[in-house]
Design a protein around this ligand. Structure first.
Ligand SMILES: [Zn+2]
Length: 277
């Protein structure tokens, strides 16, 4: 604390000295320029900084959503690819079980032929009945296998239809992805230079604004939902929260003699004419 006040004193005295000296040094010139900044200039600089920061915010917002959209589309495409692969694999499995069932039908048919031959040469009724039961069993076996084969055919058809639908969606997503990627590239290359220039200009202005005021500006901006720390008076109201400003206060704002904040939202209020300059 003691050091701070001391530093302030030094600064004040050196500023006094500068006016007495005929040729100030470079650093003294800068200090002098800062202390000489009139309130109007301070407010104008703050307002300009706000405009630049808002432009940078805009660029970030536009670009900020596109990479996410690209990522989403890429994820969806991977998902569709996986779905198609899974369906193809499922069809393969069903195909092999169909082959198995067909094999079962053949076996049963052969057995039926065999049993029918045997039935012609039976020695007694008991043998005949036993073969009849076998024949009946193999008949049921064929029926069951054929029923399953039929069901498998329907399942395969459904899965093939699903593959076609997924392929169509996949193709659409791929087109959309290309479009988004192109859009993102355009915006990135378009705004990259703008953004750089804006950041350079913002830094230049920040150098001219006293740190206490800059800290306040950053704090207000950080707390404001729309990133606005400096607003003009619009239709007798705060341009940030739209609460009415009393006429006397509006006059003070118009004079730009000091930093005036909105009593409702805390934003710094500046003359509406600043917006037209
Ligand atoms: Zn306000």
């Amino acid at each position: 604390m003691a050091k701070k006040t001391e530093a302030k004193k030094v600064e004040k005295t050196s500023a006094k000295k500068v006016t007495e000296k005929s040729k100030p040094t470079k650093s003294e010139t800068k200090k002098n320029m800062l202390s000489d900044l009139s309130s109007v200039n301070k407010l104008r600089l703050l307002y300009e900084l706000q405009i630049i920061d808002s432009s940078i915010d805009n660029i970030k917002t536009i670009r900020g959503e596109l990479p996410l959209e690209v990522q989403d589309l890429e994820d969806e495409i991977v998902g569709f690819d996986t779905r198609i692969k899974n369906l193809v694999q499922e069809i393969k499995e069903i195909d092999s079980s169909v082959a198995q069932r067909k094999n079962g039908v053949e076996k049963a048919k052969n057995l039926i032929k065999k049993y029918e031959e045997q039935q012609k040469n039976v020695r007694n009724n008991r043998e005949f009945d036993s073969l009849s039961k076998e024949l009946e069993f193999q008949g049921l076996e064929i029926e069951l296998n054929e029923k399953i084969i039929k069901e498998c055919g329907i399942k395969i058809k459904d899965k093939k239809r699903e593959i076609e639908a997924t392929k169509a969606m996949l193709a659409d997503k791929k087109v959309a992805l290309e479009e988004k990627k192109r859009e993102l590239n355009e915006i990135t290359s378009e705004t990259a230079t703008d953004e750089k220039e804006l950041i350079v200009r913002a830094d230049e202005i920040k150098d001219l604004i006293e740190s206490r005021l800059l800290t306040a500006y950053n704090k207000i901006r950080h707390n404001a939902r729309n990133g606005l720390a400096v607003v003009t008076v619009k239709r007798d109201a705060c341009g940030g929260c739209f609460n009415k400003i009393p006429p006397q206060r509006q006059l003070d704002i118009k004079l730009s003699k000091k930093v005036i904040v909105c009593e409702y939202c805390g934003r710094i209020l500046v003359d509406a004419d600043f917006a037209n300059e």
